[in-house]
Each structure stands twice: as C-alpha cells, then as structure tokens.
Design a protein around this ligand. Structure first.
Ligand SMILES: C[S@@+](CC[C@H](N)C(=O)[O-])C[C@H]1O[C@@H](n2cnc3c(N)ncnc32)[C@H](O)[C@@H]1O
Length: 130
C-alpha cells in the first residue's frame, strides 16, 4: 500500500501478543472467534473506508465463519474480505480443520448481501466480493 502511495492503517489481531512494531500497523491481542470483543461497534464505525479484511488465523471452518459473520455486518458494497488458505482442502486436511476456510466461504450463500464469490486462484485463497 505504501508503494502505491495510499494512506492506510492496518489492525492486526492475534490470539497471542505480538510485539512487532511496524509503521501504520496496530497489533491487538484478541480471538478471531470473538471479533466483537476486539472491534466493538464504536471502533468499527470510526474506521476509514474502504475496508479490506484478511482472515488468516486458525483456518478452522468455525473461525473463518465467525470472521465472515462478524464482518458481514460491517462491510459495504465494493469492500472485500479474503479468507486465506482454502488450499487446506487440496492438501487433504479438511477434516482436521472442521471443513476449513473453503467450507466457510461455501456458506456465503447464507448471506443475501454478498453478491458473488470467486477464488483468486485455483488452490488457495477465497475472495468474497461483498
Ligand atoms: C498462519 S499464521 C498467520 C499470521 C499472519 N496472518 C501472517 O501472515 O503473518 C496464524 C496466526 O493466527 C493466530 N491464531 C490462531 N487462532 C487464532 C484465533 N482464534 N484468533 C486470533 N488469532 C489466532 C496464531 O497465533 C498465528 O499467529
């Protein structure tokens, strides 16, 4: 983003405390399964738009879906959420991850506001266009 000259701020959530210091990145200790605890409504309303959300935490189906559920209520038309590591399905680890990220993306049909879903490439990241 810097390379393209865009002003931006990144909020990074991890269940473990991250001690890195990077320009324009705020590290939060939090649980992707409980996004509302880290990002309450007043925080979400205060964010500059557009939003780009990247979910790359546990890769469990339930966690990917929890993140989708949370951001479904906040993302507007034209904003994006990327659900990383759908490649788990191709690697045969679906059972270990309760279906994995791709199953969560597959559940997008439950969300009437989400117009279309596509994969950024054949094996890995699911990109949901809101
Ligand atoms: C595959 S790494 C990706 C980290 C980061 N996205 C990156 O590219 O460097 C997964 C991270 O998710 C964190 N994690 C696992 N389960 C989580 C959860 N429920 N909530 C938040 N973070 C979680 C782990 O501590 C780990 O640092």
């Amino acid at each position: 983003m810097h390379a393209y000259g865009y002003a931006f701020q990144t909020h990074f959530i991890d269940i473990n405390q991250v001690t890195l210091q990077l320009p324009d990145v705020l590290f939060h200790k939090g649980d992707a399964d409980r996004m509302e605890r880290s990002f309450p409504p007043e925080f979400m309303r205060s964010q500059a738009r557009p939003l780009l959300v990247i979910e790359d935490s546990s890769h469990d189906m339930t966690t990917s879906l929890a993140v989708l559920n949370f951001f479904h209520n906040w993302l507007a038309a034209g904003e994006y959420i990327v659900i990383e590591d759908g490649i788990i399905t191709d690697m045969g680890y679906t059972e270990k991850y309760g279906g994995g990220p791709r199953a969560a993306v597959g559940a997008l049909s439950r969300y009437p506001r989400i117009g279309n879903t596509k994969w950024t490439h054949a094996t890995a990241t699911g990109l949901a266009k809101m």
